[in-house]
Design a protein around this ligand. Structure first.
Ligand SMILES: [Zn+2]
Length: 236
């Protein structure tokens, strides 16, 4: 579950704040709850003046090879990470359902929660929210602001759901996230939903193999670094 919306449509109007929100949020955000939420973020946020925010391209991806399929705007809020919030956590989730069911509920504005990514058993990765935005996935406001959320298809009590292809694809995804934000690859920074302060969620559950996962993330990180070095030195 995600954080609750603050405020509400009842406070809309007056003082020209909504107009600014519209300018910043763009047309798409006008009708959704995201515009209402964004208004609260404007106070003291000088970098949100129009034209200063990073350019956004619809469908743009943060993880190469992922499938872009947008979550409902009610399930996340606009941000400009890592400039407004430091990103220093990756939160691992398990859907308690299929890949398709995760996409369906994250597209549902009534769900009030979604992760940035969903990983399928065959290793296919969907990106539903840009990493610069805050997804409602951890049920904890400050954790949402500082983290990237990754859902995994399957059920916590079915270890066979956590396939080798899923572990490998998720590890490459997490390695890329850690590289982008300088996040250490360890269990302090790569955590389960169950470890989020105040949560009553248990995912990813006892069958998620953390030592295997961290090993894969480290390997993927090293491989990515070597690729970059190869490119830089022109040795390919
Ligand atoms: Zn979860």
């Amino acid at each position: 579950m995600g954080e609750n919306k603050r405020g509400g449509r009842g406070r809309r109007g007056g003082h020209g704040v909504d107009r600014r929100t519209v300018l910043i949020g763009g047309g798409a955000a006008l009708l959704g709850g995201a515009a209402v939420l964004a208004r609260d973020e404007l106070r003291g946020a000088w970098y949100r003046v129009p034209g200063v925010e990073k350019a956004r391209v619809p469908g743009e991806l943060d993880h190469p090879g992922a499938q872009w399929t947008a979550a409902s705007e009610a399930n996340w809020r606009r941000a400009d990470r890592p400039d407004d919030y430091t990103v220093d956590r990756v939160v691992i989730h398990v859907v308690q359902g299929s890949f398709a069911s995760a996409l369906r509920v994250f597209k549902d504005p009534a769900h009030q929660a979604a992760t940035h990514y969903v990983v399928r058993k065959d290793g296919h990765v969907a990106q539903m929210i840009r990493e610069l935005d805050v997804a409602y996935h951890a049920g904890n406001r400050s954790m949402n602001e500082r983290s990237i959320g990754i859902e995994h298809e399957g059920f916590v009590d079915r270890p066979q759901d956590f396939t080798a292809a899923m572990y490998a694809a998720s590890a490459r995804l997490t390695a890329g996230i850690c590289a982008r934000y300088g996040i250490p690859v360890d269990r302090e920074h790569i955590i389960g939903h169950v470890e989020v302060p105040g949560t009553d969620h248990t995912d990813p559950g006892p069958h998620w193999d953390w030592s295997r996962y961290l090993r894969l993330v480290r390997t993927a990180s090293t491989d990515a670094r070597n690729d970059t070095t190869d490119e830089a030195s022109g040795s390919r």
